[in-house]
Design a protein around this ligand. Structure first.
Ligand SMILES: [Zn+2]
Length: 83
């Protein structure tokens, strides 16, 4: 009697024979030395997602910079003038 690993419904024979990875997008079996995607389609899909994530990151960075600048301006205006 063998215990089947969780998450997997079945294991193809190849899966047991050679070391492998799974496609980051569709979870297909791919060679271990590949870049993590089974096809150009999956690679493109992930790239699009990446670009979106990068954009979000830039928005946060710009927002943070704006808040920092505002804080500096407020701090400078709040400083007692030497006059
Ligand atoms: Zn794929």
């Amino acid at each position: 009697m063998s215990i089947t690993p969780p998450k997997k419904k079945f294991a193809t024979p190849e899966e047991k024979i050679f070391p492998h990875k799974h496609c980051s997008v569709c979870n297909k079996i791919i060679p271990e030395y590949s870049d993590g995607y089974c096809s150009a389609q999956c690679r493109g899909f992930e790239k699009r997602k990446e670009r979106k994530g990068k954009k979000k990151w830039v928005v946060w960075l710009v927002g943070g910079a704006l808040i920092a600048v505002l804080l500096i301006v407020v701090l400078i205006t709040l400083q007692p003038s030497p006059h």
